[in-house]
Design a protein around this ligand. Structure first.
Ligand SMILES: Nc1ncnc2c1ncn2[C@@H]1O[C@H](COP(=O)(O)OP(=O)(O)OP(=O)(O)O)[C@@H](O)[C@H]1O
Ligand SMILES: [Mg+2]
Length: 271
């Protein structure tokens, strides 16, 4: 007999476009510093939501909280319509399996091959045989755009772009509903960054993923984001489509999207 959590984790309880992840009045303090101060946001099934903001504005912190990897100081998180705030690590385990994460700094284990890195979540969360785990992992490695030969390499033997792809492969190892990507194209040359955008769009389309993407990259925003959330001063400063935010007279949006980089990226995407 499945528990309610397992049943929701396996089947979801929502339809396309419906809210699957919602934060209400989320607060995060580090010591005396309030990094998130009353964040209200939602993630809808099938969309790519981009979270943007200056360095230190709390993007990665928000992502960790939404992925249930760090408990908020206050506020509420609902996943698939269920209140998961303070639910405890053990009870949220089946739900966390529905969320794949690619961390900002890749965070692959340097002493494990790509195949071993990608296999890790499957080894930890499933009872599948090693042979099956290897097969699934190889599938994800290829799906993430790596050659099968890359599976045997160690992170230090990979280019920056390949390392990011390996981290994506690990993020999708467990067939999550939601994929969190923290700066997937940072540090990549423009061509590799474009290719990463293509991969994000491809994964959304082929796997029906819902994606929360943290990025600084204006070109990525134009290419992949359905909706954008701008963080500033620990709050949601603006929210909407990129076109709306670029045209907005909100001071934070103007500062972020109408600076020289924002204008250059916008101009090249205007038809
Ligand atoms: N574990 C922690 N302990 C103490 N302070 C932290 C911790 N994690 C984050 N912070 C602080 O919270 C603030 C927000 O950090 P966060 O990493 O979320 O920002 P960010 O928007 O992702 O920045 P960047 O664009 O540089 O990645 C920063 O001032 C950071 O120093
Ligand atoms: Mg960050």
């Amino acid at each position: 007999m499945l528990t309610e959590i397992e049943s929701i984790a396996m089947h979801g309880h929502t339809r396309p476009g419906e809210c699957i992840l919602k934060a209400s009045e989320l607060v995060m303090d580090f010591g005396t510093k309030r990094v998130l101060d009353g964040i209200d946001m939602q993630l809808n099934r099938g969309e790519i939501l981009a979270v943007v903001g200056g360095s230190g504005s709390g993007k990665s912190t928000l992502m960790r909280q939404l992925a249930l990897l760090q408990a908020p100081t206050a506020g509420k998180i609902q996943l698939f319509g269920m209140d998961v705030t303070n639910m405890g690590e053990l009870r949220t385990l089946p739900l966390r399996r529905q969320m794949g994460v690619m961390f900002q700094h890749g965070a692959l284990f340097g002493d494990l091959t790509v195949l071993e890195n990608v296999s890790l979540p499957l080894r930890e969360h499933t009872d599948l045989t090693l042979g099956t785990i290897e097969e699934i992992s190889m599938l994800k490695i290829v799906l993430a755009g790596l050659e099968p030969d890359a599976a045997a390499l160690y992170p230090s033997q990979l280019s920056g772009g390949m390392r990011k792809r390996a981290a994506v492969a690990r993020g999708i190892a467990l067939d999550p509903e939601i994929l969190f990507l923290d700066e997937p194209s940072s540090g990549l040359d423009p061509i590799s960054a474009n290719a990463m955008d293509e991969l994000v769009l491809h994964l959304k389309k082929t796997l029906g993923l819902t994606i929360l993407l943290v990025t600084h990259d204006m070109d990525s925003l134009w290419r992949v984001a359905d909706r954008i959330l701008l963080l500033a001063e620990a709050k949601v400063a603006a929210e909407g489509s990129l076109r709306e935010l670029v045209a907005s007279d909100n001071a934070h949006a103007r500062g972020f999207f109408q600076g020289p980089r924002g204008r250059a990226a916008g101009a090249s995407h205007d038809q």
